[in-house]
Design a binder for this molecule. Structure first.
Ligand code: ADP
Ligand code: MG
Length: 300
């Protein structure tokens, strides 16, 4: 496209909340055949809430919540916020002081798995099945049943082990954005395939994919793994757009032919992207591709 055509489209995009950083992305967007969507915060609202808490041990719910909160207090993951908020509400409900959080020592983030730390003399692990597996924590059938039942409902389970034993769990729900299914359907009508990639587990991912009408997904994918999926598609000659919001999406946003960041996402994702969807509305994936089609049509 000519510099003028690019300028016109960029201005038009800006007025619609689609920030286009360069002519390159604009020119490529109309040839996109596959859109890869991140799950958490992209297809979903990204504000997970704890909807159930269960004990698999003799800890009181109060002590269990306090230990989980202490371990999650320094984590920036949205799931950590959900756990901390839930514990706060629980303490409020039972009339206990709402801002007493014990300190954590040896705090560690395990990307795509959870967090660990020492709270007083207790060793606390909060995370998914993978974290429990690598820490050799046994999941008895009762725990497996809880996980299975919740993942079927598109919920993510947050497992908590204390001193080497499964102590309890939370189930977290993160609803899909109201426009998600409509956008996937519309993209399909444009001849564009949608794929989901997520660090979350397979069963939860399958339930979310089903809810929004996505046929292909990759679960338990690391940040580099997400970028590799993009490169695999490109290796087959497919022009790929990636839509994401997190730090963990930035390698994939860079690898994609067109990287689109959710406006409400992290700065790292916004910097890595070619296009920013300021309104954080998935409809604007279509707006961006449309702008590109119009621009190219005008000059040909
Ligand atoms: P996503 O691609 O869905 O944004 P992440 O790679 O950030 O996922 O995390 C993958 C999974 O790791 C989460 O679904 C969760 O099960 C687990 N996890 C990561 N961080 C935490 C945390 N702070 N507390 C509990 N679980 C966590
Ligand atoms: Mg995300």
């Amino acid at each position: 496209a000519t510099p003028t055509a690019v300028m016109v489209a960029t201005g038009k995009g800006a007025s619609q909340g689609v920030l286009i950083k360069g002519g390159d992305a604009l020119e490529k967007a109309h040839t996109v055949k596959t859109v890869v969507f991140d799950k958490t915060g992209t297809l979903t609202v990204g504000k997970p809430q704890v909807v159930s808490a269960v004990l698999f041990s003799s800890f009181s719910m109060e002590e269990f919540c306090d230990l989980a909160t202490a371990a999650e207090a320094n984590s920036e993951h949205p799931i950590a916020k959900a756990v901390v908020d839930h514990a706060k509400r629980f303490r409020h409900k039972i009339g206990s002081s709402p801002d007493h959080i014990p300190d954590v020592k040896d705090f560690q983030v395990h990307t795509g798995a959870g967090v660990t730390g020492k709270v007083g003399e207790r060793v606390v692990l909060v995370g998914n099945r993978r974290l429990m597996r690598t820490s050799e924590i046994t999941l008895v059938p009762e725990v497996e049943k809880y996980i299975f039942e919740n993942e079927e409902l598109a919920r993510t389970c947050v497992l908590v082990a204390i001193d080497g034993k499964m102590a309890g769990a939370f189930a977290v729900t993160d609803p899909v954005k109201p426009e998600a299914q409509r956008v996937i359907t519309f993209l399909r009508s444009m001849g564009i395939t949608s794929i989901m990639v997520t660090g979350d587990n397979r069963a939860t991912a399958a339930a979310i994919a089903r809810d929004v009408g996505i046929d292909y997904f990759f679960a338990e994918t690391s940040p580099v793994g997400k970028a590799d999926k993009i490169k695999d598609l490109q290796g087959k000659g497919v022009i790929v757009a990636m839509v994401g919001d997190g730090i963990n999406d930035s390698p994939a946003l860079v690898a994609a032919d067109v990287g689109m960041a959710i406006g409400a996402g992290t700065n790292v994702a916004i910097e890595a992207a070619d296009i920013v969807l300021i309104k954080s509305n998935l409809e604007d994936v279509v707006t961006a591709i449309d702008l590109s089609r119009q621009t190219i049509a005008r000059i040909r």
